[in-house]
Design a protein around this ligand. Sequence first.
Ligand SMILES: Cc1cc2nc3c(=O)[nH]c(=O)nc-3n(C[C@H](O)[C@H](O)[C@H](O)COP(=O)(O)OP(=O)(O)OC[C@H]3O[C@@H](n4cnc5c(N)ncnc54)[C@H](O)[C@@H]3O)c2cc1C
Length: 557
Amino acid sequence: MTCTSTPQAEERPQQRAERDYDVVIVGGALSGAASAVLLLRQEPRLKVLIVEKAATFGRRVGEATVEVSGFFLGRVLGLTQHLNEAHLVKQGMRFWFFNARTQSLSECSEIGGRYLSRVPAYQVDRAVLDEEVLRRAQALGAEVWRPATVGNIHLAPGGNQTIEVRRQASGGAAPEGGEQPWRTISARWVIDASGVAALLARRQDWWRPNLEHPTTAVWARWTGVRDWDSLELAEKFPEWALACHGIRATATNHFVGEGWWAWCIPLKGGDVSIGVVFDQRFVTWPEEGPLGQRLKDFLKQHPVARELMVDAQWREGDVHWRKNLPYYSTTFVGDGFALVGDAAGFMDPFYSPGMDWISFTVWSSAELILAEQRGEDLAPLIAKHNRDFTRSYERWFRAIYLDKYEYMGDFDLMRQAFLMDLGLYYMGVASQPYKRGACALKEPVFSTPPSIPFFHLIHAYNRRFAQIARARRSRRRWGEHNDRQRYLFQGYTFAGSSAVPLLRAMAGWGWLELKEGWRSWFGGSRSLFRGGRTRQGLEQKETNPPRQWTGESAPRS
Ligand SMILES: Cc1cc2nc3c(=O)[nH]c(=O)nc-3n(C[C@H](O)[C@H](O)[C@H](O)COP(=O)(O)OP(=O)(O)OC[C@H]3O[C@@H](n4cnc5c(N)ncnc54)[C@H](O)[C@@H]3O)c2cc1C
């Protein structure tokens, strides 16, 4: 997997003898297990231990890949056959809009592909996928302690890290005698793949809430969701059914509203993952009743969800919520540790960037550890890694997510934004690993100099759409085309010809500015966020940061 080929440096045997493992990985889900796979495939002599708290993986969010994560899972981890057999091939993204005039599914405006997608992506059941990746890590030689919990970690830059671990009994898989006492082990490297627990970032005081984006998610897996491509719906809405020549059901379908969106992701076997994410400044979440019922009631305001979920039932024990979603770490790696996946930060699930972030953080962290094996000087690599990922998080968030919830529910504005967001992602991000190979994963989004003008471009048009949305709201024109519009496009590829629809979309933005954008050119549209907007800057640390709640009972907006 390496992108350079420096000769291997032999470590003194005594150095190795002083520690229990070369690498200890905290968390054996996708980020942790993938890290082990990359390391052991390249350097089988490494002694790798994975410590995983859960005896078995339950289902978890992170079920839709996009093109980069599709590449990472399929072509880097080598899972294409597994993905085809145990999961579903994804058919792009679709968006469904509504307003006061939409009474039925067919009246809701739609954005999506007319045909099937052309670059692989998948809808994955994470309980199945993560077990498979962990199994592969084990097959390559990783030792797995499970269920076992990592407690304190003492970092020693340049030396051996010490990690407290406690194993629990689970069937026949763990040592006899129930819970074992805490044990201290040593390793040259610790990879924190503990997900939202973000063990190292929180303990080392690197963890920061992203206060500019107060979002909450509520989700469940459902049975009895209607099939989008069924004869029943085709008979009820014949023109609607004829309009799309591909498959709607296996797309990530988004129901969108004012300040919120919901995903509808099918899983292999028939269950469907449906959940909502809302901006806490826009949406007041219902406070009474079982959480699954509240989720269903909330979604029923949207005619498409109403139609699809009429007989849907959430699975008991599989209803979840998380408040104050985004956060980040101010440090990503050091001489002896690396943070990967959610342990390094989280932005927003819109457009499913989570596993792209995993792809970049896991690849780059494994590269760093392998660079040490090759005898390279770590200091400049560590500095570059921290700089690249700090910039990537900040720019990615500012370009794509900041203020998105102000306009994502408006058909006209979201259509423009989606065409440009997706086209630029295809040209600048997704095409890179497909054309240049996995080495492109060492360049996280917006971390390279050529990407900076594109960051400014995306940042600019997203800000403008948010401003236009505010102006539309104050003129009561927001969402006026959310009914009876259908924009079904051919989809992007990595060919140069895809620049044509992208340029057309940019021309559309220009036209929108001339037609109505001028109303907000001179600051004539204030944010509708209650209490005004926060402009804390990502580096500021609150003395009393909002807690990040997560669980199965009651979020309050
Ligand atoms: C609402 C929502 C929707 C999302 N949708 C998508 C999507 O569609 N597509 C996408 O790509 N991403 C999505 N994401 C993001 C995605 O869920 C995450 O990026 C991904 O699951 C992170 O994987 P991970 O391996 O880093 O962490 P996790 O999957 O959280 O795994 C962490 C592991 O560490 C273990 N662990 C934790 N603490 C300890 C400890 N002390 N000792 C031992 N083990 C420990 C846990 O048991 C767990 O198995 C979504 C996120 C949210 C919140």
